[in-house]
Design a protein around this ligand. Structure first.
Ligand code: ZN
Length: 651
């Protein structure tokens, strides 16, 4: 993790911004008067979940905590880094992460969790009181080997069982409390055990280190399931239960199966179905999908068949679409050209479980039946077709219009021609309209992304994430654009021109996700504007703050490493990349706006954000059109070239 990421992870952006701007909570976000332009109604929004801010008013800018401070204090990147690092307690000297104070602290918490695991495990195996728990686990069909593999334990029905054990081991109570294992009494008179009278399952991160616990009550009692609270180690939205055990299985089977409960995972692994993991919350999160994506591109979601399950599925899929669908992938073409294309980067299937059954039961009855269900999982589009049309009466005009409204944008987004025409046919049959008319209608509807039902639950898209990875040079799309700008300043001018032709502002710092990169682009623009030499990059380096120089060198090197391209191809590569980047950012902005629009606690949301969505959608359409036109004319040129080649060889 870079220092910048570490600082961002530790700091609460709301807290930092609040020391400059009074903020009010609005739903899950915070709003205030924009400090960068004068206004009477607040249009400055801070998104704590993604650590970003955006002004939806006159300035229209946004960024992360770094860009906020740099803009507000009018300081450079280096100074912002120093200030924020100090605030976050991050040391700036290049040291190995293990030796930093924070890392030592996390190690201590992990050690406490490990000691607790041992304690719970010992109680389950040896305490008389745990006889009930042992019977319960046996009754659920879990064998000793599985319980050992997952280190399942038991928490005595006492207020100070674990507490006394850890104190005897020499751990300080506040540390144990920070690990989430004990709770401070409200009157401050001491602490008590969080987990009591429960079967306890350690929740381990993908590296197998215990970060928290899940406890299931024996018999009646509430809550039935109790998890560790959020701690410096444990964030349930970024952990997948069982991933440490499932990594190998996921790789071999080239597929990850995601279920809802940890008991399901235990049962699956006991039967050798070792590619199964569980999400810890109600909906899949971006962080969880990113963890899985390191191992496979194929996902099967096996979730409850009841309505709640379906809604959770839709929410999870919405997240999946945000993470996967929009990924911009580099496609190597002839002559070393790399083209960025929006593509479905993952293959997502849905298992419909038999009504009233969870995976645990299905697997216990017959692992073969489970394998069959997984093999017959529906492609996500088929699932959408069923789920999004279930509540509509397709015999009525209203029902038909609504189903086109819901499914049309999804069909339009499919990158694969064959798939798109397949689903277009299917939709055409549903509404009994011919395909050509339907397609025209969908295109006119613009690029409205699909939506889940439980809109308020959706997470805002994270603008902190780089825009797609380019495997070849290891650069994300926005980094790629910046490296172009540095290496080919003449093409930067042309890229600006092509954006202007779409009524867009030139490539700007706001287009980039990393604060260092923003600072570099601003400095480079200023250098060029002041008449600095385009070729004398070395002189430009010298004007940069320390810390930024290395970054520029890396970005320039990435371009220098690419094979030389014919001028025309290079030009279209640059224009495409810049257009795609702007498109990507606009789509993210629309997602943010939608998210704000759907905030049930913000009564004025519709009037403030509705018009902005319309504006942004119009911009998206213009850019997309420019991109399409360029790609058409590019194909024509390639054809011409192909025709000319034989003549060239003859002469
Ligand atoms: Zn503003």
């Amino acid at each position: 993790m870079s220092v910048v990421d570490e600082v961002k992870e530790r700091l609460d952006i709301v807290e930092v911004v609040q020391s400059y701007v009074p903020l009010k909570k609005a739903g899950r976000n915070y709003k205030g008067l924009c400090p960068f332009h004068s206004e009477k109604t607040p249009s400055f929004v801070v998104f704590p979940e993604t650590g970003t801010w955006h002004c939806f008013g006159a300035c229209g800018t946004g960024g992360d905590v770094f860009s906020f401070l740099m803009k507000r204090e009018n300081i450079g990147f280096g100074e912002a880094l120093r200030m924020l690092a100090q605030r976050a307690g991050v040391e700036l000297e290049p040291r190995s992460p293990e030796s930093t104070e924070a890392e030592r602290r996390l190690d201590l918490l992990r050690e406490i969790n490990q000691a607790a695991t041992t304690y719970f495990r010992h109680r389950l195996l040896h305490s008389d009181e745990a006889a009930r728990a042992r019977r319960y686990l046996e009754g659920r069909g879990l064998n000793a080997e599985t319980l050992d593999r997952f280190q399942v334990g038991y928490a005595l029905d006492r207020w100070d069982g674990l507490l006394n054990y850890l104190v005897d081991k020499g751990y300080a109570l506040p540390d144990v409390a920070e690990a989430g294992l004990i709770v401070e009494r409200q009157d401050g008179s001491g602490y008590y055990d969080r987990f009591r009278g429960r079967v306890v399952v350690p929740i381990r991160d993908h590296r197998g280190r215990t970060v928290g616990f899940g406890g299931r009550i024996l018999g009646e009692g509430v809550p039935k399931y109790l998890n560790s609270p959020q701690t410096p180690l444990f964030d349930k939205s970024s952990v997948l239960f069982g991933l440490d055990q499932a990594r190998a299985g996921i790789r071999t089977s080239e597929m990850a199966v995601i279920v809802e409960g940890y008991m399901d995972v235990l049962m699956a692994h006991q039967h050798g179905l070792n590619n199964v993991v569980a999400q810890m919350g109600t909906a899949l999160t971006e962080a969880q999908l990113r963890l899985l994506k390191r191992h496979t591109q194929r996902f099967v979601l096996a979730l409850d068949s009841d309505t709640a399950g379906n809604q959770a599925t839709l929410r999870g899929l919405d997240v999946a679409r945000q993470v996967m669908d929009r990924e911009v992938v580099p496609v190597p073409t002839a002559r070393g050209l790399i083209r960025f294309e929006d593509r479905l980067a993952a293959d997502i299937h849905i298992v419909a479980l038999p009504p009233g059954k969870d995976p645990d039961e299905v697997i216990r009855e017959s692992p073969a039946a489970w394998l069959k269900l997984v093999a017959e999982a529906k492609p996500v589009m088929d699932y959408y077709f069923d789920a999004l049309s279930a509540d509509l009466d397709l015999a009525t005009a209203k029902g038909k219009a609504e189903v086109v409204n819901r499914l049309g944008p999804l069909v339009a987004e499919l990158g694969d021609q064959v798939q798109r025409s397949h689903y277009l046919q299917q939709l055409a049959r549903m509404v009994q309209v011919d395909e050509a008319t339907l397609w025209q209608q969908i295109r006119r509807g613009g690029g409205q992304p699909a939506r889940g039902r439980d809109r308020a639950e959706r997470r805002p898209p994270s603008s902190g994430q780089p825009a797609g990875r380019q495997q070849k040079a290891g650069l994300a799309l926005d980094e790629h654009c910046l490296s172009f700008a540095l290496y080919h300043p003449d093409l930067l001018d042309q890229a600006d021109e092509s954006l202007r032709a779409c009524e867009e502002q030139p490539l700007a710092a706001e287009d980039l996700s990393r604060p260092e990169d923003r600072a570099i682009l601003d400095a480079w623009r200023a250098w060029l504007k002041d008449g600095g030499s385009r070729q004398a990059r070395a002189e430009f380096f010298d004007t940069l703050e320390e810390g930024l120089q290395e970054r520029v060198e890396a970005l320039v090197a990435a371009q220098a490493d690419r094979p030389p391209l014919p001028e025309e191809l290079l030009r279209s590569d640059v224009l495409d990349a810049v257009t795609r980047l702007r498109l990507h950012n606009l789509r993210r902005e629309v997602q943010s706006l939608r998210y704000l629009l759907e905030d049930p606690e913000d009564a004025a949301a519709a009037t403030s954000y509705g018009p902005l969505i319309i504006q942004a959608t119009a911009r998206i359409r213009r850019l997309q059109q420019a991109l399409n036109e360029r790609s058409l004319s590019g194909r024509r040129q390639q054809k011409d070239a192909a025709v000319r080649v034989p003549f060239g060889e003859e002469s």
